[in-house]
Design a protein around this ligand. Structure first.
Ligand SMILES: [Zn+2]
Length: 361
């Protein structure tokens, strides 16, 4: 078969017609439509090839290249119902080209356009969670092809990754920088220091069992520093966005990519930065099906027996509401808000001050 010369994908308006390339020819391998190594600001697309389920996806990519220095990748829109990340990433493109003094920053505001357009955590086309399929598969479904393109073409260009998430619409969580425990003690220490540099109200070392296929696990396995930024609260609001942006700015200062003095943003009267850890055993789960009523707020300190929330069974005429109490002294780091939950669903994450030595060795 005669191969046609690869055509550059055009900057199409795919906001209205997701998963289509408008009938243009597509390449069979993921590729960039521009020279990402040229000095200064350049932009183009990372083209995720078409497959049986979906046409090629052009993801907008912005490259800010100021020579020697840290190599940072910033991504947003991994989960489609977490829109703070794409907004903060776009804002960054407005001021960073001027402010950046060295190094290389690659910004991808939206990793998963079909999910963002559908305001869906998972990709609607194949039902997959992008943050569980890394490093992806070239011949997989669209979510796997996105992960494959990012893993193969963008991740190798970075030593540090900031992945901008939110906790989703039915959780409350203070603006946080998070990491999972990492077996390599040096990388763990470096990652926690990087996470703390955001100066968010909470830095969280978060152990949970469902980490297979996560973007950060892949980056950590390659020795890269990877920090997730998270915030919760349901709707996108200007106060939370401002904190989010200050945090990212603080982290860029800490890396030496921009000059300036870090600020500590205030959050609901708190002006502290706590580094906490939460483990799978700290998850407070619902004892029954029903509506969860929170009875405490994030960053509250609770003692053994303190009321965290109440579970109201709704499909029974006789079942009583059930108090959910703290089993030990802890800090509330995340709590469900406005949710009908099933039995055994997590309704709160409790935490304690983090001690690095636990993960050492
Ligand atoms: Zn997310």
């Amino acid at each position: 078969m005669r191969r046609r010369k690869r055509k550059q994908a055009q900057a199409g308006d795919y906001s209205r017609k997701h998963c289509t390339n408008g009938g243009r020819p597509v390449s069979e391998t993921p590729h960039l439509t521009f020279d990402i190594d040229q000095p200064g600001m350049s932009k183009g697309h990372l083209v995720v090839p078409k497959g049986a389920d979906c046409e090629a996806l052009p993801l907008p990519v912005f490259s800010l290249n100021k020579g020697e220095g840290p190599r940072l990748l910033i991504t947003g829109g991994c989960h489609g119902n977490e829109l703070e990340g794409p907004i903060v990433a776009r804002r960054l493109i407005d001021w960073l080209p001027e402010a950046q003094t060295c190094g290389r920053v690659i910004v991808v505001p939206v990793l998963n356009p079909p999910a963002v357009q559908a305001w869906s955590r998972n990709t609607v086309v194949d039902g997959l969670n992008l943050n569980r399929v890394f490093p992806g598969r070239a011949d997989g479904s669209v979510t796997e092809r996105i992960a494959d393109a990012v893993s193969r073409l963008l991740l190798p260009m970075a030593d540090i990754v900031f992945d901008l998430h939110s906790f989703g619409p039915n959780w409350d969580l203070p603006p946080s920088s998070t990491t999972h425990p990492i077996a390599d003690a040096d990388l763990m220490a470096k990652t926690v220091r990087m996470a703390e540099a955001f100066k968010f109200p909470m830095t969280l070392v978060w152990e949970h069992h469902d980490t297979s296929g996560m973007f950060d696990m892949l980056a950590h396995s390659q020795g890269k520093v990877f920090v997730c930024a998270e915030l919760g609260g349901g709707t996108v609001g200007s106060e939370a966005l401002a904190i989010y942006e200050v945090g990212v700015h603080n982290a860029l200062i800490a890396l030496g990519l921009v000059e300036g003095k870090a600020e500590r943003p205030a959050f609901r009267q708190h002006k502290s930065n706590q580094t906490l850890e939460t483990r799978s055993s700290d998850e407070l789960k619902s004892p029954a099906r029903g509506i969860f009523e929170p009875r405490c707020s994030v960053l509250d300190e609770v003692k053994q027996g303190d009321l965290i929330g109440i579970l109201h069974p709704m499909d029974s005429l006789s079942a009583n509401s059930i108090d959910l109490r703290a089993s030990t002294t802890s800090i509330v780091c995340a709590i469900r808000s406005g949710a009908h939950v099933d039995v055994n669903e997590v309704v709160a994450l409790l935490a304690r001050p983090q001690s690095l030595k636990i993960y050492g060795g």
